[in-house]
Structures are given as structure tokens and as C-alpha cells.
Write a protein that binds this ligand. Sequence first.
Ligand SMILES: Cc1cc2nc3c(=O)[nH]c(=O)nc-3n(C[C@H](O)[C@H](O)[C@H](O)COP(=O)(O)O)c2cc1C
Length: 190
Amino acid sequence: MPMTEPPLPMRPLRLEVIVGSVRAERFAPVIVDWFVERARAREEFDTAILDLVDAALPQDLSTTPEVDAFTERIGCADAFVVVTSEYNHGYPAALKTALDTVKHGWRAKPIGFVAYGGMSGGLRAVEQLRQVVAELHMVSVREAVSFHQARKHFDPADGAANDAAQRMMTQLVWWAEALRIRRDHAPYPG
Ligand SMILES: Cc1cc2nc3c(=O)[nH]c(=O)nc-3n(C[C@H](O)[C@H](O)[C@H](O)COP(=O)(O)O)c2cc1C
């Protein structure tokens, strides 16, 4: 008779929710609060918010105490969700600086996207981000959340968005658990 593997005793997955917009009077906090409430309801995650407004990362990519703290936090995470707006068909510059600031801490970890914006719901920003995170050796999960015309029409009860968020988190958990086991056993060949 085939033996069934016992479930692995997993510690919670550390999820960092990265806030991409650093604009004055940004809409981002509404979307972040909506997502984080749902992430904190999932027992698989230990969820934290990493707001780039507070991170103070230099655009010249020099090393500062803030960069060291940011790098350490990324290194301790098991999974990421980026909450991104869309500006001129791209994602916020602060997000690019954040991604470029860290080298190894992103690697062999999954990332999901919660996007918002005008007509496109931030989906063009997400597609650009997928290219960049692949270069950082990350796995971007297929499911993403998108709110179009967010400032005017944001609806926290939106069924499609709620469903997408749950599916995205389930995919993140799958990848985060698998990749943490692999990272614990063998250094990622980056
Ligand atoms: C400079 C700028 C460019 C924008 N370009 C786009 C765009 O290309 N596509 C889109 O759907 N929305 C666009 N928008 C709308 C923003 O996505 C929307 O205002 C969103 O709320 C911005 O997020 P934030 O308030 O958290 O910064 C743009 C907004 C700004 C300020």
C-alpha cells in the first residue's frame, strides 16, 4: 500500500505587501487596506505592509541604513504582493527603484499583483512588472486583481476582485511553500 506523506509542519509564510504609489493624496491606501484585510484572514500568511513612502530608498541605488533595512526585510519574506497603480502605461518609478535596490532577496520567491488605475485597471503596469520580476528570478503567479476606474468606482464587495484575490493567494501559498522547501535544502543557482 502506498504510504501517504505526513503534512509538513510549516511556519506561516511571511508575506510582504509592497505599496507602489508614493504620490501625495494617493488612492493606494484604500486598495491596500482592502487586500490586507483579506490576506490577514488567511492563516497561511504572516502579513506585513511595506510602504515605499516610508522606505526612503535612494534613486541612485547607493547604500544607506534604510537600504540595509529594506534589503533585510525582503530577504526574510517568503512571498510578495505588489499593490500598483498605473502611470502613463507603466508602473510607479518608486517600485522600479525598490526592485533594483535588492539583488538576492527576491530570488526564488513568488509575487502577485493587485492593480488599479483608470480604464486599464493597472493591467499594463502588471504586464511590465512580470518582465522585470522574471529578471529577478521571481515567479509571478498567474492570477491578479484589477480595479478599473478605481477612484470613482471602487467596490470592496466586487465579486470578481474578491474571487481573484483568493485564487491569487492560493497560488502564492503553493509557490511560497514549494520554494521555501527548496531554498532551505539547496541554494538557488542564481
Ligand atoms: C501621472 C499619471 C498618469 C496616469 N496614467 C494612467 C494610465 O496610463 N492608465 C490608467 O489606467 N490610469 C492612469 N492614471 C490614473 C491612475 O492610475 C489613478 O489616478 C490611480 O488612482 C493612481 O494611483 P495613486 O492615487 O495611488 O497614486 C494616471 C495618473 C497619473 C497621476
